[in-house]
Ligand binder design. Structure first.
Ligand code: IPM
Ligand code: MN
Length: 355
């Protein structure tokens, strides 16, 4: 197969981890006989520095023309503590999500046998936890009307959802639940928020179409607790944009390191595959970033963008082998030997090719 992949490394540790993910993609393509062509584009703070825009038109074109986008991370501390900054790297991410229609963000959380002791949670609570969070990504407070009143002393963000936005993400959620353990948890705040009541109403209307799926409803505060006290309860979680943002950071502690969590954002146009860890500017250029989340995002890319399941599996197996062999970066080294970002990438790429 011919694979056209847009490569958007972004800022901070983005370029380092994307480099390793690309290395692994190249190895997979050599082993399975695919032809890959890479198309680089700027996004985030580095794009602001060059073009004054965090997601330039040309980057959008590159994404549109590709079959998949491999994305690193965006963000730079020089913007974080300046509430008056008019352009921000994160706007690039939001523009990309909106323009590509990426309404479904898939964040799988799984535990690796060799790492269960790394989680700050009790081993018996996390061992075997395996769930998928589906976060709505182009609606809600992130994109609703926002502004200032009273000469700037009053500020508001609107949490708005239309029925079609809820229906399409719920359809994905039920479909994933059917392919997994057939348990869907709809997370909302329907005891307080009108938008949540619409979510719950639409979910209740759709649930009878999926009689095999056990659907339950949970308030977000309760879900936040349950993720810590009993993560094995969950199979598929679906929720709105802001709740999903918060819950997936929380959920990342279940697997032991944020450096392990991959994501896929899919929707109307080209899908984007990216680690959830962000740009970690303090670590940029040091070779200490964990490339596994980016590498597992590449696995998701093979599976979701190209339907190449064996290729995805080969990556997952090589990653599990690297973790079991202790070929890990500092975040997972437990005071033992820490490998560099590129050493971990090399090991995984070689493992794939030599199998
Ligand atoms: C994420 C990030 C982004 C978000 C930021 C960088 C805008 O935290 O992908 O989870 O809030 O969606
Ligand atoms: Mn987030």
């Amino acid at each position: 197969m011919k694979l056209n992949i847009a490569k958007l490394p972004g800022d901070g540790i983005g370029p380092e981890v994307v480099e390793e993910a690309a290395k692994v993609v190249d190895a997979v393509c050599r082993r399975f006989g695919h032809e890959v062509s890479w198309h680089f584009a700027w996004a985030g703070a580095c794009a602001i520095d060059r073009f004054g825009n965090a997601f330039p038109e040309e980057t959008y074109r590159t994404c549109l023309e590709a079959d998949a986008v491999l994305f690193g991370a965006v963000g730079d501390p020089k913007y974080d503590n300046d509430p008056t900054a008019r352009v921000r790297p994160e706007q690039g991410l939001l523009a990309m999500r909106k323009q590509l229609g990426l309404y479904a963000n898939l964040r799988p959380v799984e535990t690796f046998k060799s790492l269960v002791h790394k989680s700050p949670l009790k081993e018996e609570l996390v061992d075997g936890a395996d769930f998928l969070v589906l976060r709505e990504l182009t609606g809600g407070m992130y994109f609703g009307e926002k502004g200032r009143l009273d000469g700037g002393d009053t500020a508001y963000d609107t949490n708005i959802y239309h029925r079609y936005e809820i229906e399409r993400i719920l359809k994905q959620a039920f479909t994933f639940a059917m392919q997994r353990r057939k348990h869907l948890t709809v997370v909302d705040k329907a005891n307080v928020l009108e938008s949540s009541r619409l979510w719950r109403q639409v979910a209740q209307e759709m649930a009878p179409q999926y009689p095999e799926v056990t659907t339950d409803y949970m308030f977000v505060d309760n879900a936040a607790m349950k993720l810590i006290t009993g993560p094995k309860f969950f199979d598929v979680i679906v929720t709105e944009n802001t709740f999903g943002d918060i819950l997936t950071d929380e959920a990342s502690v279940v697997s032991g390191s944020m450096g392990l969590l991959a994501s896929a954002s899919i929707g109307e146009k080209t899908g984007v595959y990216e680690p959830i860890h962000g740009s970690w500017p303090q670590a940029a250029g040091k070779g200490i970033a964990n490339p596994v989340a980016a590498i597992l995002s590449a696995a998701m890319m093979f599976e979701y963008a190209f339907g190449l399941m064996a290729e995805g599996k080969a990556i997952r197996q090589a990653v599990a082998d690297s973790l079991a062999a202790g070929v890990v970066t500092d975040d997972l080294a437990d005071g033992g030997k820490a490998f560099s970002t590129s050493q971990v990438g090399d090991w995984i790429a070689e493992r794939i090719e030599r199998k």
